[in-house]
Structure formats: structure tokens, C-alpha cells
Design a protein around this ligand. Structure first.
Ligand code: PLP
Length: 390
């Protein structure tokens, strides 16, 4: 069989198993109410947690940034692409998360690939939560180092692994807020283990930055963890921040070293400076408009208080990610399709993205939602429970 025939066979098998991934066509800006695939829908599936992706102040900042700096960076950071807007943003990000220094990356995926690959080698080891984001697993491949996965948030098993490891350098890797479950890693306990066993802790705060903490600076503020040389902090700028990109923050030595060694930083064109201008504007709103976070938290609390179902239940989560556990793949899919007939978009998440038997609806809430939006979702889910045959 030729390569292309083999690929077609695999695609057909996927389709038969109902696992074909497909894209929806978005025909409006990202928001709580969007137009997708020619239909106006109430959406619970973006990571735009603060409703900033279409904010006029960010649009204006990006326009002004483009007027001043042009559209393309034109070179990698180490050649001539490092614009003063990038520099200003790195300084602002480090100060905001309370760490000595920060380095900008074009995407979160690239930031996650960079760190372990730059710091670790064959004699070292990564200890990773089983439910980590795919990009954190991929970094182990690039680092050519051993990957030890511990059961989700299981500190006791993590401790055993660290205690029995003879690796030279040890790096614990975890999502701060887990993307498909919405729960939070026990960061203070993990940091204590890292201190005890001479390990470093890299936190992926993609879903916490902008939303957690009083100021919105993320997981470290949430747990009141001060600057600590063992912490390697990473967050993305395309979720709550509403723009694009990512950064790694930590000690000055760490950042100096990454600048020399991080391949996904060195061998790529710098992101457009106008993006940094928009992120700088977003940071101002994140810091100053605390109402956005209190409104989001009010929406989360309202959903959890009012959604009483018997067949499906919300998983334990206090964040904007509120998954509704369904179990069977088919049922999750039918529930998602039913909601769409009511004009509500909530994605069904199935294996292999989540463990077998835990298919779910991933409801994500935003400060752009109103109480009426949440009520509409609750009513539709109650109706679905009555009307959908098991
Ligand atoms: C979205 C996400 C990433 C990737 O970030 P991008 O900027 O979209 O590439 C990394 N980690 C987690 C946990 C994420 O949810």
C-alpha cells in the first residue's frame, strides 16, 4: 500500500470510530455570543476568560503598535527582531508575577518545549502529573530525558518518586490549573517536596494567569508563594490575556540561560511587536478592573449552586473550567449536539484527550457571560436530562 493509501485507511478508521476532529468556522470575534458555522450561538468553549479578546482598548493598542513598529518583527530575537515593545513587556510580566526576569515566546506550546529541553539531558529526570497538557509531555521527548508520571495531584506518589530517584537534575512539571478538569495543583506542597529533594518546579499557568489571585497575576499569587529560585513559571497570553504568546519567568540566571539555549526561542521569528503592545494594554485592564474577576467568580458560583442534575455532575472545580462528567463517549456527543439545537455551544471532550470512560462537556465560563447566559445553559441541561433517552 502506498503512503497516501495508508493515511486514507487511518482517516477512514477514525471516522468510523466517530473520532474525526473537525474545525468550526468562526465568523465573528471571540466572545460569549459568537457566529460559528452560520449559526448564532451562546458559547461556553473559549479560553477568553476575562472577555478581553475583542476589547476596544486592546484593539487600539495593537493598531497603534502596528503603526509605530510595523507588522512583522522581521527577524528572530537574537538577530534584530527584539523590539523595545517586547522588552517592555518582559519587564512588565516579570514584575507582575513577582519573579526576577521573564522571556517571551511566540506560543505556550513553544515555551513548554523550550525549558526541559534546555535544562535537562540523559542523566536527568522529569516528574509530571498524568493529566498535564500535551506540550509538557512533548518536552520530555525533545529533552531526551526520562519521564516519570505520577497520578493526578498525588503528592505521596510524587514524593516516593523523588526520594528514590538518582537523577542528577530533577524537574517537576505540572499544570497549575488542569485544562480538562479545572482543578488546581497543590503548589505549596509540591514546592516543599522540591526543596526537600533538590528538585525544581515548573508550573504551566495557562489557565490561571489573569484569573487567579486578587490582582490576577495567577497561581503564585493565589497561594501567596513569593519569589523562589526553585520556581520556573510559565503562562500563556492567548487565554485570559486575550492576545497571543507566552512567557517563562524565574531567576535571572534561568532566563539568561534560556536566552542562550532555548531552541524554540532562538530559531524562530520574533512575534509581531504590536502583539506585545496589545498584551501591555491587557495587563493594565487585568490589574485595574478587578470587577472582571469578581463577575467571573459570581458566574462560576451561580452555575455550581443552580445546576442540580441527577444523571450528570459538575466535577470539583473552583475555576472558570467547569467540566460536566458524562462518562460514555456517545452520550457526551449527543448531549453536546442537543445543546447546539438550543443554540448553545459546549464541546464534548472524549478520549484520548481525557481518560477512557470520562467523556465530558467542558464548560468554560467567561467574564463576558451574564447571569441570563448561565441560566439559559442550566435550563437547557435540565431539559436535556428529561428529554434525552439513556
Ligand atoms: C493552551 C495551553 C498551552 C499552549 O499555549 P498556546 O499559547 O496556545 O500554544 C500550554 N499549556 C496549557 C495547560 C494550555 O492550556
Amino acid at each position: 500500500m502506498s503512503l497516501l493509501q495508508e493515511l486514507q485507511t487511518e482517516l477512514d478508521e477514525r471516522a468510523q470510530a466517530g473520532l474525526t476532529r473537525r474545525r468550526r468556522l468562526l465568523q465573528s470575534p471571540q466572545s460569549a455570543h459568537i457566529r460559528a458555522d452560520n449559526q448564532h450561538v451562546l458559547s461556553f468553549c473559549s479560553n477568553d476568560y476575562l472577555g478581553l479578546a475583542n476589547h476596544p482598548a486592546l484593539i487600539a493598542a495593537m493598531q497603534q503598535g502596528a503603526a509605530e513598529a510595523g507588522v512583522g518583527a522581521g527577524a528572530s530575537h537574537l538577530i534584530t527582531g527584539h523590539h523595545q515593545l517586547h522588552q517592555e513587556l518582559e519587564v512588565a510580566l516579570a514584575a507582575f508575577v513577582g519573579l526576577p526576569a521573564a522571556l517571551l515566546f511566540s506560543t505556550g506550546y513553544m515555551a513548554n518545549l523550550a525549558v526541559a529541553a534546555a535544562l535537562l539531558g540523559r542523566d536527568d529526570a522529569i516528574f509530571a502529573d498524568k493529566l498535564n497538557h500535551a506540550s509538557l509531555n512533548d518536552t520530555a521527548v525533545l529533552a531526551r530525558t526520562s519521564l516519570h508520571r505520577y497520578p493526578h495531584n498525588d503528592i505521596a506518589v510524587l514524593e516516593k518518586m523523588l526520594a528514590s530517584s538518582s537523577a542528577k537534575r530533577k524537574l517537576v512539571l505540572a499544570d497549575a490549573v488542569f485544562s480538562m478538569d479545572g482543578d488546581i495543583a497543590p503548589v505549596p506542597e509540591m514546592l516543599a517536596l522540591c526543596e526537600r529533594y533538590d528538585a525544581y518546579l515548573m508550573l504551566d499557568d495557562a489557565h490561571g494567569f489573569g484569573v487567579l489571585g486578587k490582582q490576577g497575576s495567577g497561581i503564585l499569587e493565589h497561594f501567596n508563594v513569593g519569589s523562589n529560585d526553585r520556581v520556573i513559571y510559565m503562562a500563556t497570553l492567548g487565554k485570559a490575556v486575550g492576545v497571543a504568546g507566552a512567557f517563562v519567568a524565574g531567576s535571572q540566571v534561568l532566563i539568561d540561560y534560556l536566552l542562550q539555549q532555548a531552541r524554540t526561542y532562538i530559531y524562530t521569528t520574533a512575534s509581531p511587536p504590536a502583539i506585545s503592545a496589545a498584551v501591555l494594554a491587557s495587563l493594565q485592564i487585568i490589574k485595574n478592573e478587578t470587577d472582571r474577576r469578581s463577575h467571573l467568580n459570581k458566574m462560576i458560583q451561580y452555575l455550581r449552586d443552580e445546576l442540580q442534575l441527577t444523571r450528570w455532575h459538575l466535577m470539583p472545580s473552583s475555576t472558570a473550567i467547569q467540566p460536566l462528567m458524562v462518562g460514555h463517549n456517545e452520550e457526551a456527543l449527543r448531549l453536546s449536539e442537543y445543546l447546539l439545537t438550543k443554540g448553545i455551544l459546549v464541546p464534548a471532550i472524549r478520549p484520548p484527550t481525557v481518560p477512557k470512560g470520562t467523556a465530558r462537556l467542558r464548560i468554560s465560563l467567561s467574564a463576558a457571560h451574564t447571569l441570563a447566559d448561565i441560566k439559559q445553559l442550566i435550563d437547557a441541561l435540565k431539559e436535556a436530562e428529561r428529554e434525552l433517552a439513556v
